[in-house]
Ligand binder design. Structure first.
Ligand code: DAH
Length: 345
């Protein structure tokens, strides 16, 4: 009897249960009608009278320990299942994998362009997408009948008064807003979304993005403009990139130029991306017209400056050889997924 009591005591101490069912099974095994402890009480009747006192006490202690342990296990099991039910989670389940999105290539290109100019000491400025005629055209020296003001190019929001509201057709409007607020020296880039009433095709869209740049200080020359653009082009397209400038016209700059970079695919030999010319157009630029400085309250006798503007989608197309602008707007996961591992900027 002594050994049986010791064995069952040890068993009770190490008893563990995970479910209600296991607790009930343990109770029946120990304390049920045919349970081990019940059986010892039956055996107790037949032992010698002088041993009854000692084993009577021991059996009672054993029975109490068994009952206390069963109660304790019952409580532990129901507490843990209530916990699981209250969070609705089975913490032992393997985790669910969520598919992470990635940055859009237009955002990557914009951040890269802005990041390069930030390194050169430029600030970042933003302006409203719904603008007025004054900031998009008039303050930028557009003559009253300039074709860019035409209904065919511009989405008008309100019509019929002197300074109608419209969706900005370029981010050059942010130049004006910046010059209105701060006096030179000014060094800013202005990224943003622009809108034009264009038919959608592989090369044109009615919504796209630009980054405008503006540098105004004393004695700024065309040589400074050329150097800024060359450094930018080399950061963006590679250290061996060449640039060339072609004379052009914009109402807000004089002189004006369009800038080409040497084709980063064929390295100037001529391929179908550069249409055999070896050059790719990337931006427009020029020396800010004195009329534009004066319109925003900057003394054109003291200060001069340059400006430039580029299309973000265009830069992104050239950098990654994307041949259809519409890819950037259709959100085809096969296309966007190509950029999911692009390193951060
Ligand atoms: N605003 C022009 C456009 O949308 C781009 C541009 C050209 C901006 C020359 C400039 C510039 O600042 O100097 O086509």
């Amino acid at each position: 009897m002594k050994e049986s009591i010791e064995k069952i005591t040890a068993e009770i101490k190490s008893l563990q249960c995970k479910t209600d069912k296991e607790v009930e099974e343990a109770r029946v095994r120990l304390l049920g009608k045919k349970g081990e402890i019940t059986k010892l009480f039956d055996d107790f009747r037949t032992i010698a009278p002088e041993l009854k006192r000692e084993f009577g006490q021991k059996l009672n202690v054993l029975k109490n320990e068994a009952m206390a342990k069963i109660a304790e296990l019952k409580e532990a099991v129901s507490a843990s299942s209530a916990g699981a039910a209250s969070t609705g989670n089975d913490v032992s389940m393997p985790g669910e994998l969520h598919q992470l999105g990635s940055r859009h290539p237009v955002s990557i290109a914009r951040e890269e362009i802005v990041g390069i100019f930030r390194k050169f000491g430029y600030d970042v400025a933003e302006g409203p997408e719904i603008e007025d005629d004054y900031h998009v055209f008039e303050a930028l020296n557009f003559p009253p009948n300039h074709p860019a003001r035409d209904m065919q190019d511009t989405f008008f929001v309100s019509n019929g008064h002197l300074n109608p509201l419209l969706l900005r057709t370029h981010t050059s409007s942010v130049q004006v807003r910046t010059m209105e607020k701060v006096q030179p020296p000014i060094r800013v880039v202005c990224p943003g979304r622009v809108f034009r009433n264009e038919a959608i095709s592989a090369r044109a869209h009615c919504i796209f993005h630009q980054v405008e740049g503006l540098y105004i200080d004393e004695n700024v020359t065309f040589a400074d403009l050329k150097q800024a653009i060359l450094l930018f082009a080399r950061e963006m397209f590679g250290a061996d990139t060449q640039i060339r400038m072609r004379p052009s016209y914009f109402p807000f700059t004089e002189p004006s130029a369009e800038v080409d970079v040497s084709c980063n695919i064929c390295h100037g030999k001529g391929c179908n991306i550069c249409k055999g010319t070896g050059w790719l157009e990337i931006l427009g630029c020029g020396m800010v017209d004195p009329n534009v400085l004066e319109a925003s309250g900057i003394d054109s006798k003291k200060y001069s400056g340059f400006a430039f503007g580029m299309g973000v989608e265009r830069i992104a197309m050239l950098k990654w050889q994307v041949n259809d602008l519409r890819h950037y707007f259709e959100n085809d996961m096969r296309f966007l997924g190509e950029f999911s591992t692009y390193p951060g900027v």
